[in-house]
Design a protein around this ligand. Sequence first.
Ligand SMILES: Nc1ncnc2c1ncn2[C@@H]1O[C@H](COP(=O)(O)OP(=O)(O)O)[C@@H](O)[C@H]1O
Ligand SMILES: [Mg+2]
Length: 283
Amino acid sequence: MTTFKLSIDGVRKAYGPVVALQPTSLDVREGEFVTLLGPSGSGKTTLLRCINQLETIDGGRIWVDGDLMGYEDRAGTLHRLTDKRIAAQRRDIGMCFQRFNLFPHKTTLENIMEAPVQVKGESRAKARERAIALLERVGLEDKPAAYPAQLSGGQQQRVAIARALAMQPKLMLFDEPTSALDPELVGEVLAVMRELARDGMTMIVVTHEMSFAREVADHVVFMDDGVVVEHGDPASVINNPQHARTRSFLRRMQSEPQAVEHIPESLQDAIAAEKHHDLKEDE
Ligand SMILES: Nc1ncnc2c1ncn2[C@@H]1O[C@H](COP(=O)(O)OP(=O)(O)O)[C@@H](O)[C@H]1O
Ligand SMILES: [Mg+2]
């Protein structure tokens, strides 16, 4: 048993000859906001997919809330759990990707209600009540009947976040949730994530939004070539990196134009900006 919410211990993963994760360890505490940085191909997505059991692992252990993920340990040997038990474990972990993958023929509200009703067998009334509350939480209380195609990319991503939250996860994983968005829509999604962090959600966020990472993260992890090169509080890792690989990555990031220069003061600001944008479009 561990006191960590998430404990990754020496996890390895290869795709054929390609080593995606060298033995990798990371502990995340309850309520901690961890940002995962690193160049393309460094293993960030693989790590999230291993945590969420979308991939089998070649070695090591992953615990979520004291639960060994995906495997049963019999005298030191790992045996894969049944699909049913893995599916049950995965319900505790919410995941948001670059692409939102909402059901196109369902409304916002139906998208959010789907998993609690279909997977957890919740009553429609209860699922609906929570979906309405979640829509409010992501600033889309006026959009329950909208279809994904009627929403901006930023709004769709906020629905995707609400959908993941509807399963009441213990842990949320975000894989570059803003990198498919137009720059002016990034801020509202970051604002929702910041609110979640403030409310105490345990989360790991892969992002290239450096100012956001520096401001919001409790812990920054820098990966390269399938290993955690460096980790620590944001001020140390981002402002004062110890490793040459971290320094060269950060230099590269800083020389590229940032998607957002300014992160809205609060979610309210982001939503107000969004509404203003809607009004202008209606004119
Ligand atoms: N399904 C896969 N099959 C083969 N190689 C893969 C697969 N997924 C990832 N890889 C390889 O694993 C390495 C890590 O990839 P990834 O975790 O996607 O990195 P990142 O998310 O940091 O860009 C890369 O070399 C990538 O090409
Ligand atoms: Mg990736």
